[in-house]
Write a protein that binds this ligand. Structure first.
Ligand code: SF4
Length: 230
């Protein structure tokens, strides 16, 4: 997921949330792949990404708009998702190293993720989520990366649970917005500023200056894009 700014589109093409009090037995999987985490606190770590379909945030600059409509992506059972993941990773890790799975989207919290994350953890995988925080929190998480969007503000419960706040900077006014978001997370939450990819050349120098003056923040770059890997 990448982030920022509100959409001017009025049409809602995303499917309805498949979330509810019941645990989901299937989920719409747009893609899943084993790669390196390119952003934030776990940047550079091997991670298996599961991108779920469905998003109602509609950032106009979104680079995964094909994720918005959940209905065009195949529904998979939790067992299918985990079997595919084990096959893709296909290495034997030392017992003390738990593989990371990153649930992303789309907006993954549009779905109830209790069953998926419970089964991932029972299979000794760490569960990470990348979310705008605009839908109610479900799931058992080892790490919550909150990347807020202006159009749909995060819910208080997600601010409170976030381990990492990753704010995408698109223009100068976003620094003030970043501080407003930072005031709502816990004292232990890691704070990251990340340039919006299409404006990285102009915005990154501003972020560097900002972090030098406000060292509680750290820089996050989309390293996977610089390396041309997904
Ligand atoms: S929240 Fe949705 S619209 Fe915004 S960047 Fe993420 S997937 Fe795209």
């Amino acid at each position: 997921m990448e982030e920022l700014i509100l959409s001017t589109q009025s049409s809602v093409i995303n499917s309805q949330p498949s979330k509810g009090p019941q645990q989901m037995s299937t989920l719409p999987v747009m893609e899943a792949f084993y790669t390196l985490q390119g952003e934030g606190f776990y940047q550079g770590k091997a991670a298996y990404f599961i991108r779920l379909g469905g998003c109602n945030v509609e950032c106009f600059w979104c680079d995964v708009k094909e994720s918005w409509d959940a209905s065009i992506h195949p529904q998979k059972t939790i067992d299918e998702i985990i079997t595919e993941m084990k096959s893709a990773i296909s290495i034997q890790l030392p017992a003390n190293i738990l593989p990371i799975t990153v649930i992303t989207g789309g907006e993954p919290l549009m779905h109830n993720l209790d069953k998926l994350t419970t089964q991932l953890q029972s299979n000794n995988f760490k569960t990470h989520v990348e979310t705008s925080g605009s839908s109610p929190l479900s799931g058992k998480w080892n790490w919550i990366c909150l990347s807020p969007k202006k159009f749909k503000q995060p819910l208080p419960e997600v601010f409170a649970a976030a381990d990492e706040l990753k704010v995408i900077i698109y223009n100068k006014s976003d620094f003030k917005w970043a501080e407003e978001n930072a005031s709502q997370v816990s004292a232990n939450c890691k704070l990251y500023l990340q340039p919006e990819w299409s404006k990285a050349n102009q915005i990154t120098p501003l972020i560097i200056d900002y972090i030098k003056a406000n060292p509680e923040w750290q820089l996050s770059l989309q390293v996977h894009k610089y390396l041309n890997i997904r």
